[in-house]
Design a protein around this ligand. Structure first.
Ligand SMILES: CC(C)(COP(=O)(O)OP(=O)(O)OC[C@H]1O[C@@H](n2cnc3c(N)ncnc32)[C@H](O)[C@@H]1OP(=O)(O)O)[C@@H](O)C(=O)NCCC(=O)NCCSC(=O)/C=C1/CC=CC=CO1
Length: 183
């Protein structure tokens, strides 16, 4: 089966391609979900520093698939509010809130905080931060923040430590620095 929405990678650049040119990349349910999944994947990927969204064929995207819309209206299954919340809002939020904050500590050490609550970033790319400074608020629950939480439920923080681009166990890393996690 052809990919509904493909992601082309060129180094740190991810190009998300709507791939339904024969229908001018109209967004039916399957394509909306494929687009959201692709955007969530690139937003989560620590290697991705830039994202391009484009469409294959002569048109970028004609928006909602009007055949699906008309069929749903005819048989009474169309729920506009649900698709606006579940798909369109989530797609736009994912686009407008990426990338997740990445703190470069120097010496090859980088920490990432994911599942922060959309719209709560208190820092921008290039800012210098200090220990104890709040950079965002915790989200991570799909019911309150579908764009940021992916498929997870319940508020939580995904915190990651990387050394030279590889994720490492944060327990020993912090113990060596006199910090006990969870305290
Ligand atoms: C001017 C066009 C964009 C392009 O014209 P052209 O290049 O000549 O291509 P066409 O021959 O018209 O179309 C090629 C095939 O694509 C199908 N198609 C085009 N648009 C849609 C669509 N929106 N949904 C489904 N299919 C579409 C078209 O039928 C052809 O397929 P077939 O050969 O099999 O018939 C022109 O295509 C155009 O004006 N399209 C309509 C644009 C439009 O009105 N889009 C909807 C906007 S509303 C919206 O997106 C928002 C919502 C949001 C949330 C909820 C509910 C509703 O809408």
């Amino acid at each position: 089966m052809p990919a509904l929405c493909r992601v082309d990678r060129d180094g740190a650049v991810a190009t998300v391609v709507l791939d339904r040119p024969e229908h001018r990349n109209a967004l039916d349910l399957a394509h909306k979900e494929a687009l959201l999944d692709a955007l969530e994947d690139v937003a989560r990927d620590p290697e991705v520093r830039a994202v391009v969204l484009t469409g294959s064929g002569p048109a970028f995207c004609v928006g909602q698939d009007l055949r699906e819309h008309a069929a749903g209206l005819a048989d009474g299954t169309w729920d506009r509010q649900r698709t606006v919340e579940r798909h369109y809002n989530a797609i736009v939020r994912t686009l407008t809130t990426m990338p997740q904050p990445v703190v470069d500590h120097g010496g090859g050490i980088v920490t990432r905080d994911a599942h922060v609550l959309s719209g709560t970033f208190q820092v921008s790319v290039g800012d210098t931060v200090t220990g104890g400074q709040q950079i965002a608020s915790v989200g991570g629950d799909r019911s309150i923040d579908p764009a940021d939480a992916g498929t997870s439920t319940g508020c939580h923080l995904h915190f990651e430590v990387q050394r030279d681009g590889q994720a490492i166990d944060p327990g020993p890393f912090f113990t060596e620095r006199g910090i006990t996690l969870g305290s």
